[in-house]
Design a protein around this ligand. Sequence first.
Ligand code: UD1
Length: 356
Amino acid sequence: MKFLSVVGARPQFVKAAVLSRALRQRHTEVLVHTGQHYDDLMSEVFFRELALPAPDMNLGIGSGTHGEQTGRAIEGLETVMLKQQPDCVIVYGDTNSTLAGALAAAKLNIPVAHVEAGLRSYDRSMPEEINRVVTDHVSSYLFCPTANAVACLKKEGIEKGVYEVGDLMYDSVLATLQRVDAYAPEVLQRFGLKAGEYFLATIHRASNTDDPNVLRELFMALGRLKAPVFLPLHPRTREALHTEGVPIPLNVHLSEPTGYLDMLALEHNARAVLTDSGGLQREAYFLSVACVTLREETEWPETLAGGWNVLAGCDQARIVEAAERPRPSEPPRSAFGDGRAATKIVEILERDPPYR
Ligand code: UD1
């Protein structure tokens, strides 16, 4: 079979690396990078570290408003799809590149396979929520990472083409953890950190970066923590901090975005992770590291079990309390599959015809 996979943003490179490896054992894959993320540290480093094949083409859509970014990607992807005539288009997650790939393919009557289907925050002010809902409703294969995602789709009347396969990010963590642990001491030394004695933070959601009061509140909370906070900066956040002149507390150490292996090493050795990223919430859970989610809701409610993840919004007192809580005693439950999501996805694509 011939597959066309669409990637464009950081977390998609991680998931595509796992699935691409499994797909290419028996099938042809055309890998298209929309160019939504374009800096070396936001894009190329992932291809190098994860041995993700170089994209067959890069559409270079870059940054812009949601309409500009999505529109440019749809136009570019449609042209490529018409030329390549794939049997199926694979899209990942919830970015503007995901939505563009799904819409372009669905309008050409090419079956869409959505990896990470069924996630919901039930907050339609999040651009990612719009992308998820629309993508799920035009997809033929809905590959859900969790049982909860399957249940969310059912509530919207989507029951056909739905498969619970597990989380590709879990596959990826299992496959790289040994390598990461061997390399962690060098990473900690490079960043001047001691295992278990620092917090790791990331902030990039529009709801946190685009409101200066929220951003200030978050940094004040980080400043109240009684240990160093290491914070690799997403370009969106760097720009917002600069524009708004947000003061950076002395215990907060800003860095460039890190690669995948550095990030996993930093997560695995942190006292706790504070984040608004969906990927980090799960990775912290897989690695048995406590997490504080800097949002009021999560698409990954499984991570809240046993107190491993706590929702703290942007409230200083709640964030500090959650970050300094004792480590949960029960080990995290396994709710994200068995590390074989990629194999299952390929088997389903080979076995089951698209239902529409
Ligand atoms: C996107 C996704 C989000 C995902 C995140 C992962 C959407 C709506 N959001 O958010 O779901 O969790 O990627 O990182 O698709 N920029 C650079 N260099 C880059 C990329 C971006 O400087 O390589 C800057 C630009 O100023 C841009 C801003 O970051 O305007 C935001 O980038 P964008 O791709 O629009 O969204 P993300 O915030 O990365």
